[in-house]
Write a protein that binds this ligand. Structure first.
Ligand code: GLU
Length: 441
């Protein structure tokens, strides 16, 4: 079984989504079930409702799960396994107070030595601290594992000292709950962010202590850097999946981009189903990758181009394929749905004819053309049927020409003094002329 294990402690980051996509793809390729495990061990940082938000994002991206579990459902089981480890002397109660450990940490730091927990301290505060934690005994031997992206990794036994598996409030730590659940749900392969590399030997040690011999596959994904080259933080808008969706990036374009980052793909533009046919985690580059919004914009446009007019209209909250067609036409100069919405809002909004456009005022010309157009519409004139005929009639009746003709006509029809060619736009606009011709002096 493959799994994606989000913590409901914050907004979904693109790095999380990338791990979810890869786990999903591998599950489909190897015909194994895909599990979503909400890791709610950090009870203080859990945010109410975040689990639902994450699930609805996964759903929107088509990353459908076969099974959904909450880590907290198994807490009792986790505690029992900790007791089992104590009974085998592979784990022990540690009564050290936080202050004591802080002091020790400071001592090690002063001596410029890496902090190592000494099991001899375990019972020093036994009489004064009623809330012990449970620690797993540190590693006796080096721990190695093979990472499909980073290759063979080895951690020295000294680096893995006795670490906490059950906190003082009886809640299992992330490493303990995660390692146990990976065992209990028979996980075979784990894709996750590289910030978890140092947790992996601890989780393997938990498996070893319990005599679990299945060897899991691992792939730790390189971090995603912001455009400025430093780690993409929560403060970078583009790191939030919800933000990208709000901007009008399509889920299929975001998937396309996240799969192709630091990867060699046989197709440039593809969908999730295509990737299932050829994706290989081994092709993901080891080095960190920079988030390239320009590339995402390009891919978004390509995916928007693939939609038909009906589908496009629905994304613009309309059922009318002509609106979809008008939206698609704007792909010549826009890459996100929001940019297209902005153009359509101007077309269908009230035209501000008294305003300055590129340093010039066209109020009078707008009024002249507006009056002629309204008359043509009221009489359902045949010249409205195509742009060339309309242009001739308008020019003749208004006596306007050149810039003084085209700019105001464009303002009346699109709310802007520049943009797509009017002869390309008009065949779509003509269905909506009554709605479009609304002016404010
Ligand atoms: N809850 C962890 C996270 O969100 C999951 C890590 C893992 O996949 O093991 O980073």
């Amino acid at each position: 079984m493959l799994r994606f294990a989000p913590s409901p402690t914050g907004d979904m980051h693109i790095g999380n989504l990338r791990a979810a996509i890869f786990n999903y793809i591998i599950a489909k390729q190897t015909k194994q079930p895909f599990l979503i495990r909400i890791e709610d061990t950090d009870t203080a940082r859990n945010i109410e409702g975040k689990d639902k938000e994450i699930l609805s994002i996964l759903n929107l991206f088509g990353l459908l799960w076969d099974r959904l579990v909450y880590q907290s459902d198994q807490f009792e089981h986790h505690r029992q396994l900790a007791q089992y480890l104590i009974s085998k002397d592979l784990a022990f109660y540690c009564y050290c107070t936080k202050d004591f450990l802080e002091e020790k940490r400071a001592e090690y730091q002063a001596q410029k030595k890496p902090f190592r927990y000494d099991p001899a301290w375990a019972e020093i505060h036994k009489n004064t601290n009623p809330k012990p934690v449970i620690r797993l005994r540190g590693a006796q031997n080096n721990i190695s594992f093979y990472d499909s992206i980073k290759g063979e990794l080895t951690f020295n036994a000294q680096e893995i000292d006795s670490f906490v598996i059950i906190k003082e409030d009886g809640i299992p730590t992330y490493n303990f709950a995660c390692a146990l659940d990976d065992m209990l749900y028979d996980i075979s392969f784990i894709v996750r962010g590289e910030d978890h590399v140092s947790n992996t030997p601890k989780q393997i040690l938990i498996h070893q202590s319990l005599g679990y011999t299945k060897s899991l596959g691992y792939a730790h994904l390189p971090i995603i850097l912001g455009e400025n080259g430093s780690k993409m933080s929560k403060r970078d808008n583009a790191s939030s999946v919800a933000w990208l969706l709000e901007q009008g990036y399509l889920p299929q374009a975001i998937i396309n981009y996240l799969v192709s980052m630091g990867n060699k793909t046989p197709q440039e533009v593809f969908r999730l189903d295509d990737a299932i046919a050829w994706f290989d985690i081994k092709n993901i580059a080891k080095s960190p990758v920079k988030f390239d919004i320009k590339r995402l914009r390009f891919l978004n446009r390509e995916h928007l181009k693939m939609l038909n007019e009906q589908e496009f209209a629905l994304l613009l909250e309309s059922k009318d394929p002509s609106v979809g067609a008008l939206g698609k036409l704007h792909l010549q100069e826009a890459s996100t749905l929001n940019e297209i919405r902005e153009k359509l809002d101007r077309i269908f909004g009230i035209k501000l004819i008294a305003q300055t456009y590129e340093g010039e005022i066209y109020t009078q010309e707008c009024e002249i053309l507006y009056n002629i157009l309204i008359k043509l519409i009221d009489s359902n004139a045949p010249s409205l049927q195509d742009y060339e005929s309309l242009k001739l009639v308008l020019m003749e009746e208004s006596k306007l020409k050149g810039k003084k003709f085209f700019k105001p006509l464009r303002i009346l029809l699109t709310g802007n003094s520049h943009g797509l060619e009017l002869n390309e736009l008009y065949p779509y606009l003509r269905f909506f002329l009554k709605d479009i011709l609304r002016v404010q002096g």
